[in-house]
Design a protein around this ligand. Structure first.
Ligand code: PLP
Length: 356
């Protein structure tokens, strides 16, 4: 059998494995921070109608600039954004990859503050960008002075700030983001994948006059649209033009564009469950605290919980009981996504049994 060692793989990729959380079919899947509420029927019907209209024209390449979708994304975000300040791709992971292709590379470098999103080092590696992760401060929080000092020390080409942060749930204040921007002359990417769940003001309010600031968003989480693969970014039009240079032609299919437009036309309805999910998140915090565990501050749709002597054992026993959660590798912790009320009830009941 030929294996990876027998073919001329890039030396820096040898020994690497494809990234991804386990995909296991279970009744209660709370491991990748999806919105577990399904797509409402009226939205599904609208999506199907728009897809049907596109199918007949699939012999042609899609609209490469997708100005209609960029306009609707600008309308959704507000802040006076114009279509030229928006860009979309197949998930915000692709947005981040394009940003690294445009602004990173071997002559540049990137930093972030960990524990944070585990795709950052991956995207850096694939794009040949040197990457370093500084530790977060106590309780995984970040202060303006600390962040600015680390940036001044390392003078990176790219700084990644995830707010609220995955996997800890910690939001980052605008004061920290402003200080980070001022501390260097590279590109500051604020990853707001979970912004719709957060009480913190969005970094979108800082965009005006800051051409090196990029704010990435996704429809995968709050919008319940993970399967459609739609991420997007808001920035100065010049930064968007940089992404247009590195994007592969026609990267966003006509079907994806149509589905995203349909979903955006129902954004209020799709976001209706956000309040309910936040309620379940707060319920997880209260109940695990009552079990003698510790929940970190979360402004997102998941909670990082500490106090497990054997996180992997708890993970396995929950899985046996049909509940899939995430062991993110932070000692003594597990991460729980807030689902529907009944999923959360099941999670908490099984957790109590497992801990007993
Ligand atoms: C889920 C997630 C994303 C993106 O996911 P896509 O599905 O690729 O849009 C980006 N950043 C963070 C921090 C996430 O947790």
């Amino acid at each position: 059998m030929t294996d990876l060692n027998d073919i001329p793989l890039r030396p820096d990729l040898r020994g690497q494995l494809p990234y991804g959380a386990p995909q296991i079919n279970v009744p209660v899947a709370l491991n990748v921070n999806e919105n577990t509420f399904g797509i409402p029927e009226v939205v599904a019907v609208e999506i199907i109608q728009r897809l049907a209209a596109e199918v007949i024209g699939l012999n042609r390449y899609p609209d490469r600039e997708f100005m209609q979708l960029r306009g609707k994304l600008a309308d959704y975000l507000g802040f006076g954004l114009i279509p030229e300040q928006l860009w979309a791709a197949n998930g915000s992971n692709e947005i981040l990859m394009q940003a690294f292709q445009a602004f990173g590379g071997p002559a540049s470098s990137a930093i972030s503050f960990g524990p944070t999103y585990s795709m950052y080092p991956n995207i850096a590696r694939i794009s040949l960008t040197p990457y370093r992760e500084y530790e977060r401060e106590a309780n995984f929080e970040l202060s303006a002075d600390y962040v600015a000092q680390r940036i001044r020390d390392s003078k990176p080409g790219i700084v990644l700030l995830c707010s609220p942060n995955n996997p800890t749930g910690t939001p980052i204040s605008l004061e920290v983001i402003e200080a980070a921007y001022q501390a260097f002359d590279g590109i500051l990417i604020v990853d707001e994948a979970y912004a719709e769940f957060s009480e913190e003001e969005s970094a979108l309010s800082l965009l005006s006059g800051r051409p090196r600031l990029m704010i990435s968003r996704t429809m995968s989480k709050a919008f319940a649209f993970a399967g459609a693969r739609v991420g997007y970014v808001a920035a100065d039009a010049s930064a968007i033009d940089a992404l247009r240079i590195v994007r592969l032609p026609y990267h966003l299919s006509s079907l994806t564009q149509a589905a995203a437009l349909a979903a955006l036309s129902f954004s209020e309805l799709l976001l209706e469950n956000v309040a309910q999910i936040k309620g379940q998140r707060d319920r997880i915090v209260r109940q695990v605290t009552g079990m003698g565990l510790r929940a970190y501050r979360s402004d997102s749709n998941f909670v990082l919980v500490e106090g497990f002597k054997d996180p992997n054992g708890v993970f396995e026993r929950l899985l046996e009981r049909g509940v899939l959660i995430r062991n993110v590798g932070i000692p003594n912790t597990l991460r729980f996504t807030a689902g529907t009320e009944s999923e959360t009830t099941k999670l908490l009941a099984e957790l109590a049994l497992v801990l007993d």
